[in-house]
Design a protein around this ligand. Structure first.
Ligand SMILES: [Zn+2]
Length: 202
């Protein structure tokens, strides 16, 4: 699985699906450079935030094949969590509302068109990742917030520049990942080389 942080859900068709030229990735399995060919695609549903609006779409995901080792890798845009319909920013937005205390659960349910069970599953996942979130924020040079409310607000702030999920992946793994994948998908996940260069301190 390759996550390309230069690509988002909105420009995925243009940048990935319509790209018949060249994919500038390194194979996560064998390390071969630029040796990918288009292999197949599959459909998945995704629920995400777009200009503060909730969008639900069926997305076509491209799978590439490495010409050196024959492994195949799905290309995911930033904001997507593997095997989860809800995007990272969607979950963070729900949690922001929940922890702000001004909103009742039933109001959050109707605002996002989700059940209260789903909200509680987001919260319990968030609490599982709480400890590692502190260390990621520490690495970002951020003063670690003392309450979940401030923590979610801080994540939201960093995520607006795509920095949080990127740093989280780089330090640990995917946030909000299903428990059964915690040990399987930890590494290796290759992240678009262009964005690594842009973010690296010079
Ligand atoms: Zn390979």
């Amino acid at each position: 699985m390759i996550i390309d942080f230069t690509v988002n859900i909105n420009n995925y068709i243009e940048k990935i699906l319509n790209n018949y030229l060249f994919f500038d990735y390194i194979c996560p399995k064998c390390g071969a450079k630029h040796s990918f060919t288009r292999h197949a695609s599959y459909k998945r549903n995704i629920c995400f935030m777009k200009n503060n609006n909730i969008c639900e779409e069926e997305m076509c995901i491209l799978r590439l094949k490495c010409n050196s080792c024959n492994s195949t890798h799905a290309i995911l845009p930033n904001d997507v969590i593997p095997y989860c319909v809800y995007s990272f920013s969607f979950i963070i937005n729900v949690l922001t509302k929940y922890y702000s205390k001004d909103n009742k659960i039933k109001d959050i349910c109707s605002l996002f068109s989700i059940s209260f069970q789903l909200i509680y599953s987001f919260i319990s996942k968030f609490l599982i990742f709480l400890k590692s979130t502190f260390s990621v924020l520490n690495n970002l040079g951020c003063e670690v917030p003392c309450t979940p409310q401030k923590l979610v607000l801080t994540i939201n702030l960093y995520q607006q520049n795509r920095d949080f999920l990127y740093s989280y992946l780089f330090n640990t793994q995917w946030m909000f990942l299903m428990k059964k994948f915690h040990n399987i998908l930890s590494h290796p996940i290759y992240i678009g080389s262009f964005y690594i260069e842009k973010l690296s301190p010079t």
